[in-house]
Design a protein around this ligand. Structure first.
Ligand code: URA
Length: 216
């Protein structure tokens, strides 16, 4: 499986796998001709020990700028926290035209194309799974799932029933895949506005990850 996965190409600009997302993409290309409006490829070194798995590109964020989490509120919080914990160098600019480099860290999404209302359906997570599996097959030591959907997508990608590892904020799981799986509530504006996730709760997760990576 590993050889097949590591030779898999990134989804093409006109990836046809998810009819609903293809329709949405066509509409967005008409409405916003200057935006990226295509699958968003992962960001960061391929051999990073630390992989972050988000949900899907935000309409006005990654779908516009072509870089995961770049250009929306979730990205402001994520990139600021990565900087604080030494996972980036350079300066993040929300348009993505910056000198930012991730350090031993890579960011991907469970679903590569922007979904209507920010909600991918199960069939889309399944169709995109080979691309996530390709990311999980890298030399990862820690994988951070942002939100329950990303957690489920990682487990499905590993062929593990979701019921085996219950999602919980700052929960640490050992799925037996060569890396530790850590959970966080998604760093969306909704979660921070409602108080479900505070900056300090998000930092707690990164403290956990730093200590996992700094051990042995
Ligand atoms: N932007 C992304 O790329 N992923 C998310 O999950 C949210 C915003």
């Amino acid at each position: 499986m590993t050889a097949q996965i590591s030779s898999l190409a990134e989804p093409g600009r006109d990836c046809p796998l998810c009819p609903r997302l293809v329709d949405f993409r066509h509409g967005n290309r008409e409405k916003f001709p200057d935006w990226h409006n295509g699958p968003v490829i992962s960001f960061g070194p391929k051999d990073a020990a630390f992989l972050i798995v988000g949900l899907a590109p935000g309409l006005r964020g990654a779908n516009r700028t072509a870089r995961p989490f770049t250009g929306d509120y979730a990205g402001d919080l994520l990139y600021q926290t990565l900087d604080r914990f030494g996972f980036s160098e350079g300066t993040y600019v929300s348009e993505g035209k910056d000198d930012l480099k991730l350090v031993d860290c890579r960011i991907t999404n469970a679903v590569r194309c922007v979904p209507p209302e920010n909600k991918p359906i199960g069939a889309e997570v399944k169709a995109c799974a080979p691309f996530l599996q390709m990311e999980l097959a890298g030399p990862r030591r820690v994988v951070l799932a942002l939100g329950g959907l990303a957690h489920g997508a990682v487990l499905s990608g590993l062929g593990i029933p979701k019921s085996r590892f219950k999602f919980g904020h700052n929960a640490v799981h050992e799925p037996g895949a060569g890396f530790t799986l850590v959970n966080s509530y998604h760093c969306s504006r909704y979660n921070t506005n409602t108080g479900k996730l505070t900056e300090s709760m998000f930092e707690d997760v990164f403290r956990t990850i730093r200590s996992l990576l700094d051990t042995d």
